[in-house]
Design a protein around this ligand. Sequence first.
Ligand SMILES: C[N+](C)(C)CCCC[C@H](N)C(=O)O
Ligand SMILES: O=C(O)CCC(=O)C(=O)O
Ligand SMILES: [Fe+2]
Length: 420
Amino acid sequence: MWYQRLPQIFCGIQHQLKGGVRHQDLKHPCFPNRLPAARRWQHTALGPRDCAWQQHEDHLELRYAGTVMRFDYVWLRDHCRSASCYNSKTNQRSLDTASVDLGIKPQTIRLNETMLFLTWPDGHVTRYSLEWLLKNSYEGQKQAVQPKILWNAEIYQQAQVLPVDFQSFLETKDGLKEFLQNFLLYGIAFVENVPPTQEDTEKLAGRISLIRETIYGRMWYFTSDFSRGDTAYTKLALDRHTDTTYFQEPCGIQVFHCLKHEGTGGRTLLVDGFYAAERVLQRAPADFDLLSKVPLKHEYIENVGECHNHMIGVGPVLNIHPWNKELYLIRYNNYDRAVINTVPYDVVHRWYAAHRTLTTELRRPENELWIKLKPGKALFIDNWRVLHGRESFTGYRQLCGCYLTRDDVLNTARFLGLQA
Ligand SMILES: C[N+](C)(C)CCCC[C@H](N)C(=O)O
Ligand SMILES: O=C(O)CCC(=O)C(=O)O
Ligand SMILES: [Fe+2]
């Protein structure tokens, strides 16, 4: 999957260091004692896990538990967990990083079965547990991506993910944890047996996050009365989209609870945007690349009744973490996409083609999960990953819900011991 690909540029840099810089430390005047030995791997006394280190001109190479890690010397000084450098009560750095010499190198390095000891030129000693280094190194982080199951309708249905019961969600740690685990894996999760009221829906939301108040209010409650200037407030069908693409940071999670529907139609459509994007990456990597690089605007312009809003958000359709190439946010809403004026005409044309490729994947019937929201069943959607839409409907339909802040949902998940 793309989030496991190595950034090309980093591989290149590592090769260079291996080939060229490695042996120059012999000539360096700062290390009178350790020099002849430094080029060889230094091993610990036999410990439980295989461990060795090698000092280079500009970094320390450490082999531990089958992983080769490379640490910059300033990094090693900066992350010192000694009492004078780090406040372990507040988990905050006390060290002024700007006071560290950018050419700093350890004077001595020592290792036992579990710890690495570095003595710096001013005599300060830094100790790291090898487990800590493994967990916090760049190389260790790359192995620790939050697990996700990308899905189409069949994959999701075969997984038979069970909804979590309202009481168990509210009152037990296990219920909450199971819910969040499902949510992190699939980007959607359901709670059942919820009393069909706005208050109980609010209770649900409050259990995992702070509610993100927006121009639509804190909790919203809507019917097809066009009380707001948006198609959501009508009976019309809505094609798949993510919400609030016109915010600089689109809302992280959306909660839907249908309190009433007396009529026909109105089913909800869900599509895993990450699944579709992964297929674009496999089949048309240049399109994937363009969708992740071309910034464009989405906007919300409303002048209905007392509501006057003009929101603008700028960013690409596919948002990728530069350090590990992980896709973390899809911004896809063809209704709210603004005039494209951020790129010249030839890029625009290639962008339209790339957008078409993605749209084709998003519209494959096998990728569509259709469900009917009923009173009692609340749906949580990861609005950075899963697109939603709805079928047109007849009759009276009341939907309530809210947006949540993503940081707070992940905060709860981490508190419960989940990787998020
Ligand atoms: C959910 N709620 C009805 C409050 C808002 C609807 C927002 C609709 C907007 N076009 C968007 O996609 O962001
Ligand atoms: O009416 C629905 O089911 C959903 C409408 C919608 O897309 C929204 O409110 O964000
Ligand atoms: Fe929506």
